[in-house]
Design a protein. Structure first.
Length: 103
């Protein structure tokens, strides 16, 4: 990951207490804290994870470093299943930027 990112993966765009995940972008396979960071520091392409790949490890907990599958993240009840640190529930408003819509 590049740019101004703190130890729990917060960035200049999203930095509330519960902002503690990074997403491996489907297009480039690199982790970024948010879509904006990917646009600024990554490949900038717009490709979302297809449902058929939701068992891939693509979410990084910024608290414990555990890599979660997309399914694990989407079913996490907004907390890391490993360390139980809270994730921002507002991230669900942006799922369409990262993941194919579930049927």
């Amino acid at each position: 990951m590049k740019g101004a990112i703190d130890l729990e993966t917060r960035c200049k765009h999203y930095h509330s207490r519960n902002e503690r995940i990074a997403i491996k972008f489907y297009c480039c396979g690199e982790y970024f804290p948010c879509f904006n960071c990917h646009q600024e520091y990554g490949c900038g392409k717009k490709a979302v994870w297809p449902q058929s790949k939701f068992d891939e490890r693509a979410i990084l907990c910024g608290s414990c470093g555990k890599e979660l599958t997309i399914h694990e993240y989407l079913n996490s009840d907004d907390a890391c299943p490993s360390c139980r640190q809270a994730f921002n529930p507002g991230c669900s408003l942006h799922y369409d930027l990262y993941f194919e819509k579930m049927n």
